[in-house]
Design a protein around this ligand. Sequence first.
Ligand code: GRF
Length: 190
Amino acid sequence: MSKRVAIFISGGGSNMVALAKAMQAPDFGAVPALVLANNADAGGLGKAADMGIATEVVDHRPFKGDRKAFEAAILSTLAPHKIDIICLAGFMRVLTPLFINNWRGKMLNIHPSLLPKYKGLHTHQRAIDAGDTMGGCSVHEVTAELDGGPVLAQAEVPIFRLETAETLAAKVLIQEHILYPNVLKSFVNR
Ligand code: GRF
C-alpha cells in the first residue's frame, strides 16, 4: 500500500516538485496526496495543481500567533486526505511540540546546511562567514528541537573562494532535489 504524503510549503516549492515527480514512479511506495501552504501566494501551489495534486491553504495570519489554533486548522484540513507522512519542504512556520510529537516518526524536513551546523536561517551566509570549505543539506526527522531531529542523510557541495550565499544556495538546491526524494523513498520502504 502506497503511503499518502502531505508536503508542506511556504514558497516556490521546488523541493515539493522534486518529491512529487519522484513519487510518480510506480515502485516509489508513496503518493503526493496533498500540498499544504500557509500562504495563498506560495508559488508551489500552482505547480502542485498543474501536477494534479490536491492543494490546501491554511493561512497562519488570522490565528495571530495562536499556534495551537493554527495547527488545529491544519489537522482538520489534513484529516480527509488520510495522510501517513508529512514532508516539510520550505515550510516557514515553527510547529509546536504537541503537533510534532503526534507526527513523531512520520515527519521529515530538508534543511540547507550540514546539520548540526547552522540550524535556523541564513545557513549559507553563516557557512561562508565561518570559512567552511563544504556546505550542503540535510534531511532529518522532525522532533521538537528546531532542525534538531535525527539526520537521515546529507549531501555536500564545495564552497569556493568568492562564493556568495546566492551561488551556494543554488548549488545546494540542486542537491536538495536529489537527496530529499531518495531519503523519502528509503523512509517509506524501511
Ligand atoms: C530550501 O532551501 C529548503 O532547504 C529550505 O527552504 C528552501 C525551500 O525551497 N528549507 P523550495 O520552496 O523547495 O524551492
